[in-house]
Ligand binder design. Structure first.
Ligand SMILES: [Zn+2]
Ligand SMILES: [Zn+2]
Ligand SMILES: [Zn+2]
Length: 128
């Protein structure tokens, strides 16, 4: 498969499943759909998608890097259910201002910040 085709296949699978997935999960999903993309290529493709902000990446509490193709194109944060993977795209709210203030206080030029919220969603709470 050509690079563009592989990239399309990866994005399509992510849009379809619509939650944060590890590279391995994406690779498995591609195999189930008979897309011949190697795990190394999946990693490489995901990295290039993250580089152009087409895909969001975050570190889960278990230390895994998870990827998601989000609907919101502008800057946002995530509220993630650690049980089922349900994700809400949320506004950074006071975090945006706080990050700028902290950078200013220490004389840093702000280049970015990272803040994700993890929890258990209502549905999963009801189940347990
Ligand atoms: Zn996102
Ligand atoms: Zn849940
Ligand atoms: Zn933010």
């Amino acid at each position: 498969m050509r690079t563009t085709k592989q990239r399309t296949a990866v994005v399509e699978v992510m849009q379809e499943i619509d939650r944060f997935l590890s590279a391995k999960e994406i690779h498995t999903a591609l195999q189930e759909r008979n897309a011949k993309v190697g795990l190394t290529t999946v990693y490489r493709t995901l990295q290039s998608l993250v580089d152009i902000d087409a895909v969001d990446a975050l570190h889960s509490p278990t230390g895994e890097v998870l990827y998601r193709h989000c609907e919101t194109e502008s800057h946002h944060h995530h509220l993630l259910c650690t049980n089922c993977g349900r994700t809400e795209e949320i506004d950074g709210g006071p975090i945006e201002k706080w990050a700028q203030q902290v950078a200013d206080t220490y004389g840093f030029q702000l280049t970015g910040h990272d803040a994700e919220i993890f929890g258990v969603c209502e549905k999963c709470q009801a189940k347990s």
